[in-house]
Design a binder for this molecule. Sequence first.
Ligand SMILES: Nc1nc2c(c(=O)[nH]1)N[C@H]1C(S)=C(S)[C@@H](COP(=O)(O)OP(=O)(O)OC[C@H]3O[C@@H](n4cnc5c(N)ncnc54)[C@H](O)[C@@H]3O)O[C@H]1N2
Ligand code: MOO
Length: 393
Amino acid sequence: MISVAEALARVLALAPQAVPEQVALRAAAGRVLLYPALAQRDQPPFAASAMDGYAIREADHVPGAVLAVAGEAGAGHGFAGSLAPGTAVRIFTGAPVPAGAERVVLQEDVSRDGGRITLGDKLEAQTHIRPQGADFRAGDALEAPRRLRPVELALLASMNLPEVSVARRPEVAILATGDELVMPGEDPGPDQIIASNSFALAAMAEAAGARVRMLPIARDSEASLQQGFALAEGADVIVTIGGASVGDHDLVGKVAADLGMERAFWKIAMRPGKPLMAGRLGGAVMLGLPGNPVSSIVCAHLFLLPLLAAMQGLPGVVATRRAVLAEDLPANGPRAHYMRSRLEAGDGLPRITPFASQDSSRLRLLTEAVALLVRPAEDGPRKAGDVAQYITL
Ligand SMILES: Nc1nc2c(c(=O)[nH]1)N[C@H]1C(S)=C(S)[C@@H](COP(=O)(O)OP(=O)(O)OC[C@H]3O[C@@H](n4cnc5c(N)ncnc54)[C@H](O)[C@@H]3O)O[C@H]1N2
Ligand code: MOO
């Protein structure tokens, strides 16, 4: 059995390059910007007032100075002339600062009498002027690749970019397999259970930028699985659930191989998730996830999400963080163990406690977990207080 790191490297080696597509800014939320986006103009495009008040010359900035108000500058409507000595221009937040003006005094700090203002006794050091290009200059880049959050959309808009080049969303086909499965809301027979994993996997894939095609459940027969794979035609990633192990009804690997799947691996030194398989099937990457709900979801965190990231031009990494063990742990076996755990605040690093049961069928327990404690294969016994790695769920 190969290690988790080797398995991830082989999965990422299957990832095709990101395909660029041009989309309107309104459709770009959550998408991955593939190339640096260059500002088309300075922002602000002119020296702008940061406050409502009066634009004046530096030489006139003396306590008690009396200045004649020569005109007005509003946001969107600048003052046409230039500011003569001994004069002020009424100015509002966002307005271009008139030529000749060197600072803005707040309206609260002056008294106005008809066409004149008198400066107060106390003067401020701040000029209340935002220099041209203070936020960014024409040609400045929003670096890529990066996933676009709301704030980046606002930045791209202010750079005057109505469209951006983002990675095409990979399409993921999800194929649950098993005679025992029915969909939620259907009428399960006495030996049946409800298919649950696909709902978590679909949501995870969509949150990672993919489009999802949820296929009808395939039965434990070669014909039904072949039909399932046929329905996955055209998808970029085919995720199967279940039928991956060694039982007589675990036919996913066989049917995929018959259809020409080039296997990258089957079985990894990992718990949960041992029977994971991966390969290339036609134009798609195939990930064969184990059926146990926790196993499939943990494998999706460790392999499907990095794969989808890589397919969109992002690094395919699983971020780990550090925590302190809240209790002693016995030595780990030959498979890396991803233990469902809770976290609590500590002094410095958080404290992590794995649940007593790590049964890979227990979804409800998984909903209580916020972290997966990573126990490397063959890790020795650990003491409370030792530092360990975890993955956030
Ligand atoms: N003799 C051995 N038996 C098993 C081994 C082994 O090495 N030797 N490995 C075990 C491990 S580890 C896992 S994990 C499971 C996974 O096996 P499969 O991938 O073949 O999964 P199934 O047998 O189809 O299902 C396992 C379990 O999960 C339920 N299931 C399946 N699909 C869904 C779904 N979409 N939603 C909810 N639940 C699902 C299924 O009913 C089974 O209870 O094999 C061990 N056996
Ligand atoms: O590897 Mo299995 O996923 O432990 O239950």
